[in-house]
Design a protein around this ligand. Structure first.
Ligand code: PLP
Length: 426
């Protein structure tokens, strides 16, 4: 389909899009088409309003905000956990709004990793986000175990995706716990969380998922699927702002466990201010809270989540996201494949998350050129341009514009004026 025709079709799709009205709720860099919501989601009006509300409460109530604010700060995390629960398919008391992705993984390992003589390997994969590998290795060292012997990474066959059969084959009797990404941050592959959970449990393995690249883009049914734990950040598809508070999920079967890393914010609310040195844990996942939450970064999450509810939840958002990524893949196949780009994101809808990854040997310089041409992508080493058309604020027309500009950048060799050095990655 020539670009003129693609633009007309995109315009028609945009007009028929029931979620298009949410675009005006968001603001981004002026004059830019923003396709980087899988790294940092955009600011929305409700997120900003919630932050302003809390700032106002701080101004007028001072310490009183903890109990007298519109949503009392003392239980703001529990309130937001209730909003988040449908996005992960869990009950509110299985969700904790706390910490950061990496900090939460540390907490979950401290809580759930139970090495025994014959079963003490932690299983990961070589494509997961590096922070997870750092957390696992350092956690093993804290327990007096050598990561070289006790942390095992499943290899990728093609350097981009994971084969679920390889993962399952690695669920050997010496593995105690497995940590896998739900969506791979480089290729955008979506793993079958329910199948992996079933297979892990059949072999006595505790399993959890890093949902940083899936939450807010892909529906999850963590509790029904039985996954033991999950953790995520809120600044990608959840649009809660840079460094916003993270989250975790802990299946009900583990609620009787004591938190590995305890603190007074994990004490039951009614006992927290008794100031006892005996830890009396809150019911459920909030027992894994540690210290006073960063209210100024919880508030924008509360606001941002209002839009997910207003949009009808994750199902219509996933539907649009899949339509956008399918459209982007179709355009890339037609206009970019002949220029040396390869779509490395799996094509089956049930197999991909919210972004499309295009591999090209000049990916780094192409990304610089694309930014200069008014489209914000991101680059992931060694050769991937990632484009995330986000259902809440991107359009079919955005996808056409990105592909048109990419095509021009390569045919006119406009990327050649950008430095080839990849070390100075932003
Ligand atoms: C973004 C991301 C992280 C980031 O961890 P932080 O602790 O929030 O910095 C971790 N894991 C994955 C898979 C991610 O996509």
């Amino acid at each position: 389909m020539p670009f003129a025709q693609a633009r007309a079709r995109a315009a028609a799709l945009d007009r028929a899009d029931p979620l298009a009205r949410f675009r005006t709720e968001f603001e981004g860099p002026a004059g830019q088409i923003y396709l980087d919501g899988n790294s940092l989601g955009l600011l929305s009006r409700p997120a900003e309003a919630a932050l302003q509300r809390v700032l106002g409460e701080w101004r007028t109530l001072g310490i009183g905000g903890w109990t007298e604010a519109a949503t009392p700060w003392v239980s703001l995390c529990e309130t937001v956990a209730g909003q988040l629960a449908p996005l992960v398919g869990a009950a509110a008391d299985e969700v904790g709004v706390t910490g950061s992705t990496t900090g939460n993984l540390h907490q979950l390992l401290a809580t759930l990793y139970r090495p025994e003589a014959a079963r003490r390997v932690i299983l990961g994969d070589e494509l997961n986000f590096p922070s997870d590998a750092h957390a696992i290795a350092s956690h093993l060292r804290l327990r007096g175990l050598d990561p070289a012997a006790h942390y095992r990474e499943v290899r990728s066959r093609d350097g981009r995706t994971l084969d679920e059969d390889d993962l399952i084959a690695a669920f050997t009797p010496d593995v105690q716990l497995a940590v896998l990404p739900a969506v791979l941050f480089t290729s955008g592959q979506l793993l079958d969380v329910a199948r992996l959970t079933r297979e892990a449990h059949a072999r006595g393995i505790v399993i959890g998922f890093d949902c940083s690249h899936s939450i807010g883009a892909v529906p999850h049914a963590l509790a029904a699927g039985g996954a033991d734990f999950a953790f995520w950040c809120s600044y990608k598809y959840l649009n809660a702002g840079p460094g916003a508070v993270g989250g975790l999920y802990l299946h009900r079967r583990h609620h009787p466990r004591s938190p590995g890393l305890a603190g007074w914010w994990g004490v039951a609310l009614e006992r927290r201010f008794a100031m006892s040195h005996t830890h009396e844990p809150a019911a459920g996942a909030p027992a894994l809270h540690v210290g006073t939450p960063p209210i100024l970064s919880v508030a924008p999450l509360q606001g941002a989540l209002e839009l997910f509810a207003a949009a009808g939840g994750i199902t219509p958002l996933r539907e649009k996201s899949l339509a956008l990524t399918a459209w982007l893949i179709e355009l890339a196949d037609m206009h970019l494949a002949p220029l040396g780009f390869t779509v490395v994101t799996p094509r089956a809808p049930g197999r991909r998350g919210g972004h499309v990854s295009l591999a090209h040997p000049e990916a780094w310089r192409i990304c610089q050129a694309l930014k200069a041409a008014g489209v914000v992508p991101d680059f992931r080493p060694p050769d991937v341009v990632r484009l995330a058309p986000v259902a809440l604020y991107n359009s079919y027309t955005d996808c056409v514009a990105a592909v048109e500009r990419l095509r021009h950048i390569v045919t006119a060799r406009a990327f050649e004026k950008f430095p080839a050095a990849r070390d100075s990655v932003t």
